[in-house]
Design a protein around this ligand. Structure first.
Ligand code: ZN
Ligand code: ZN
Length: 156
């Protein structure tokens, strides 16, 4: 991090603001990056970088494909978004709230549910105790069919 001298108090970061979350992670905050982040959050499902780029280009014709792809990576490293695996080595991206959490991802409609750490903590504690491991971080993504897609499945 670059040293800076300031006579003003450090700005209070708003943990819910995308710009502040990016800045806190040492990422550049630009108008285009915020556009990408907003579009991802508005989508509310997982989306590939290519599809997000195609959607954004309709209202922001000057945005570059590389900008969208690089911004998504920056959002992931800042914890503002997560990357989920899709079939065929393709990644889906989803906007994430700041609290630590895990995901249930629907393979059919792309819906992503966030699940609280509370579900995972007992598993992590048991694994840590059994294997003598200190666990610092965990990212668990579950893949399957959401309730709506299951309900639409033909029965029998
Ligand atoms: Zn998330
Ligand atoms: Zn679904």
């Amino acid at each position: 991090m670059r040293a800076s001298v300031s006579l003003m108090a450090a700005p209070v970061l708003d943990p819910t603001s995308t710009a502040d979350r990016l800045a806190a992670a040492g990422e550049r905050v630009t108008r285009q990056r915020l556009l990408v982040a907003d579009a991802l959050a508005a989508h509310a499902r997982q989306i590939t970088a290519q599809h997000l780029y195609e959607r954004l280009r309709k209202r922001e014709p000057r945005i570059g494909r590389a900008t969208v792809f690089r911004t998504l990576e920056a959002l992931v490293s800042a914890g503002v978004a997560r990357r989920l695996e899709q079939d065929g080595h393709v990644y889906g991206y989803v906007a994430c709230r700041p609290e630590h959490h895990h995901h249930l991802a629907c393979d059919r409609c792309g819906r992503v549910e966030e699940i609280d750490e509370g579900y995972i903590t007992p598993v992590a504690e048991r694994v840590a105790a059994d294997l003598g491991f200190t666990i610092d971080d965990a990212r668990l993504d579950f893949y399957g069919l959401c309730a709506a897609c299951r309900a639409a499945e033909p029965t029998g």
